[in-house]
Write a protein that binds this ligand. Structure first.
Ligand SMILES: Cc1cc2nc3c(=O)[nH]c(=O)nc-3n(C[C@H](O)[C@H](O)[C@H](O)COP(=O)(O)OP(=O)(O)OC[C@H]3O[C@@H](n4cnc5c(N)ncnc54)[C@H](O)[C@@H]3O)c2cc1C
Ligand code: FES
Length: 502
């Protein structure tokens, strides 16, 4: 539920322009070769590759197919992920950096190939990472050199063809953009019309690896040779993922502008980052602008974040109107590389895919290829760089400690000594607050009709206290990114159950 005062329709362009899906829930027990949990880009790409390899696959989705983060992305399909390759080569070595580059480039070609059968507005575009600060020219030059040495199509450019305050940029040619829901609904359709199965409204409550693996849902148990947990962030955490990755939210506007349509896809790294890409169909031409990243549950007023994105967009474009506005979040790992592979060394045949750090379109498609190769037993040449069991780089230890201290501050114990006092606030319609009620912390929201909605303010994942998201009208957990509707139900994990009644 979005804030009605914000401009534009509060829904993503991708959801607004595709039909809703209606796959049946699981009904009873099932035996398959592979169970895939989660139907975002990671889960459906994996299911499609496994299906192509002749395996019997079932996809289990808690809500609807492609209704999570993938429904709210900006859908640039590129191996240019900010300025990453110079760091990757220096830190991980040429071999692993090459694996990352190759996996992401191959993903673009996988989508290109499948797009011959699935109509998904796939268009080739150059991608740019630009900087505005002249002092960063040398980082851009180093990035171009590192990327070229890995075989990537990198160029240094002084002249960035969009009226931005750019000093210089890295340009990758032959990158792409697409409509992620059209593409993935197409994959889900192909699965179901073949031997695969897709189950919606089927929340998985427990996964155990082994021979066979067992996947418990609210509607039956699936037994499988392998299980893939592609739930954006794992809801069970056998290997400390919550301490090795943290969630960041950001905001997107789809705009009608009077300026000529940008010819490429643009990204300025930093805090805040700034992202632009065009979206053209026969009916209309829009520009997508994204920015204002912050840790989930810690960004202050989220409605204000939208306003800042709008202002930044108006500084660069002659905006006619805002068509759509939406926001979502992604998990950053300490070394910027996702975790894709065995969920834990002792959990046989259970695999995970998470931590895409804002670049899950190519990384999600690459996940499918990697995990299908691993499960088929041929092994993947990209496995090392994505290995979830790798050690974090030494230089990231500070960042991790900082993020975890940040998270620690939000536990209930911290709030017992906080300045919150009183039995409850007098809220105006549309307002919300966490209040103390005896020994309980209660999340209270007053809706537009004046009715109060009370839920526990304690996140069922690991016990942090939720905070109010005024734009989406949700309760967001500042520790590991779980989000809840005002009725307490889960919007985003890792929490796998809702806020209890109060
Ligand atoms: C604002 C923004 C813009 C972005 N733009 C880009 C971009 O331009 N290019 C790019 O490469 N990347 C981009 N990204 C990143 C990319 O969108 C994500 O990395 C990617 O969509 C994550 O996909 P996923 O499949 O892991 O998660 P999701 O799409 O969230 O899928 C996970 C699914 O699992 C389901 N699920 C959860 N728990 C359970 C359970 N217990 N049982 C069953 N199902 C469950 C959920 O309902 C959900 O449908 C962007 C990210 C943000 C925040
Ligand atoms: S998401 Fe971990 S405590 Fe809330």
């Amino acid at each position: 539920m979005a804030d009605a005062d914000l401009p534009g329709e509060g829904v993503s362009l991708w959801s607004a322009t595709t039909p809703e899906t209606d796959y049946d829930p699981l009904d009873g027990d099932l035996r398959v070769d592979v169970a895939v949990v989660g139907a975002g880009i990671a889960g459906l790409s994996t299911a499609a590759e496994l299906d192509d390899a002749g395996l019997d696959v079932a996809v289990l989705e808690a809500n609807r197919v492609v209704s999570g983060v993938t429904a709210r992305t900006t859908a640039k399909l590129t191996s240019l992920h900010g300025l990453v390759y110079h760091d990757l080569v220096s830190r991980e070595g040429r071999e692993r950096a090459h694996q990352y580059a190759a996996a992401n480039e191959a993903a673009i070609e996988t989508v290109a190939e499948r797009a011959e059968e699935i109509d998904c507005e796939f268009r080739r575009r150059p991608a740019y990472t630009y900087v505005t600060d002249r002092d960063r020219r040398s980082s851009v030059r180093k990035e171009v050199e590192a990327a070229r040495s890995l075989g990537l199509p990198a160029e240094f450019v002084d002249d960035v063809p969009l009226a931005l305050d750019a000093d210089c940029a890295v340009r990758f040619d032959d990158q792409a953009q697409f409509h992620p829901r059209q593409y993935l609904l197409g994959l889900a359709d192909e699965l179901e019309s073949g031997d695969g199965r897709v189950f919606e409204e089927t929340r998985v409550t427990d996964v155990s690896g082994g021979e066979p693996c067992r996947v418990a849902t609210e509607r039956g148990t699936v037994t499988a040779d392998d299980v893939v947990v592609a739930t954006h962030f794992p809801f069970q955490d056998p290997a400390g993922y919550f301490a090795r990755a943290y969630p960041k939210r950001s905001y997107v506007l789809a705009l009608r502008v009077r300026d000529p349509t940008p010819e490429g896809m643009y990204y300025r790294p930093g805090d805040p980052y700034f992202s632009v890409r065009p979206h053209e169909t026969a009916e209309e031409s829009l520009v997508l602008v994204g920015s204002q990243n912050h840790k989930t549950g810690q960004g202050g007023s989220t409605a204000e974040r939208y306003r800042r994105v709008e202002q930044a967009a108006r500084d660069r474009f002659e905006v006619q109107s805002v068509a759509y506005q939406w926001s979502t979040q992604d998990y950053e790992t300490s070394d910027g590389v996702p975790f894709v592979g065995p969920i834990a060394p002792w959990r046989d045949h259970a695999h995970v895919a998470t931590g895409y750090g804002g670049w899950g379109m190519t990384n999600g498609v690459a996940t499918g290829t990697l995990l299908a190769d691993e499960i088929a037993g041929t092994g993947s040449e990209w496995a090392d760089v994505y290995d979830p069991g790798r050690l974090p780089p030494l230089e990231s230890a500070g960042t991790l400690v900082e993020e975890n201290v940040d998270a620690g501050k939000e536990f209930v114990g911290g709030w017992a000594w906080s300045s919150l006092a009183g039995d409850g606030p007098s809220l105006a319609p549309g307002e919300a607050q966490v209040v103390r009620d005896g020994s309980d912390l209660v999340a209270v929201y007053r809706d537009e009709d004046g009715e109060h909605h009370r839920r526990s303010a304690v996140c069922p994942h690991l016990g942090c206290v939720v905070s109010w998201n005024d734009a989406e009208r949700s309760w967001d957990c500042p520790c590991h990114g779980s989000r809840f509707e005002v009725d307490g139900s889960v919007v985003d994990g890792p929490a796998n159950s809702g806020l209890s009644e109060k």
